[in-house]
Design a protein around this ligand. Structure first.
Ligand SMILES: [Zn+2]
Length: 256
């Protein structure tokens, strides 16, 4: 992951003029307090961000006048082919951890940064109030819509079997059934593919269910010509340093 970000940085720093077409869409997952991150037993293979890193990253966006736009604004730019403002950024979260509300929401609110959280439908029923790794409930989704746009991340197909994402390996029948259950949780227009794994078969089904955009996790910048159901995103987790995050944003100020 780090290698691909650095190769992108090398590739992306050609030219001098500002670009108005590139957008950095960041993907976060779980956010934990710094002392919890250092605790024995925390599964470090999970995509985790320390709270202090998240705070520094959001502060950097604010202090350096990056334009954090909402998912609806992003959709309008893509569909209407109108140029993005310079230094445009989107903030997204995958899997629907409650820590997005507990830790990220107050910071996003302070800076007035909109964000999108892609929830795994079935997990909204597993929002145990006492668990550290608990998920966002439907009620909590409704209470935080001033900042969060909610999107889908399957109802219950977020598994990885034999090197394949279950969304990709499942039959159309199974995928449709899953999306039907997901639509009972909320009216979602945006979809993040589990593990970022896309298949054209799913694009047609998602469109039929009223989805407008589908998101990858391929560590590339998005731009005005990104296909609506193959929008690139950049994963941010404990393997990515603050310096990497900043280097990535500097790409937005360079021409492609
Ligand atoms: Zn996920």
């Amino acid at each position: 992951m780090i290698v691909s970000i650095f190769s992108l940085i090398l590739f992306g720093t050609k030219g001098e003029s500002k670009s108005e077409n590139n957008v950095a869409i960041f993907t976060y997952h779980l956010i934990v307090e710094d002392e919890d991150f250092d605790e024995e037993g925390l599964n470090k293979s999970l995509p985790i961000t320390k709270l202090s890193d998240f705070e520094n990253e959001m502060k950097f966006l604010k202090d350096n006048d990056y334009k954090v736009i909402s998912m609806k604004e992003f959709q309008d730019h893509i569909y209407e082919k109108k140029n993005f403002p310079p230094k445009t950024v989107l903030i997204t979260f995958d899997d629907g951890y409650y820590s997005n509300i507990q830790y990220a929401y107050p910071i996003l609110k302070e800076y007035n940064f909109p964000a999108t959280t892609f929830i795994i439908g079935k997990m909204t029923e597993h929002a145990k109030p006492d668990a550290k790794l608990r998920y966002i409930s439907i009620e909590e989704m409704n209470d935080t819509k001033d900042i969060f746009t909610y999107g889908g991340h399957t109802y219950d197909l977020h598994y990885f079997d034999d090197g394949k994402s279950r969304l990709v390996s499942s039959s159309e029948e199974v995928v449709k059934d899953d999306l039907k259950k997901l639509s009972n949780i909320g009216e979602f227009k945006y979809f993040a593919y589990p593990y970022g794994m896309y298949s054209a078969k799913n694009e047609k089904i998602l469109e039929d269910f009223g989805y407008k955009l589908g998101f990858l996790n391929n560590n590339e910048l998005a731009n005005l010509n990104s296909r609506p159901f193959e929008i690139p995103r950049i994963s941010i987790n404990s393997m990515i340093t603050f310096e990497d995050f900043v280097k990535f944003l500097i790409l937005l100020e360079k021409d492609k």
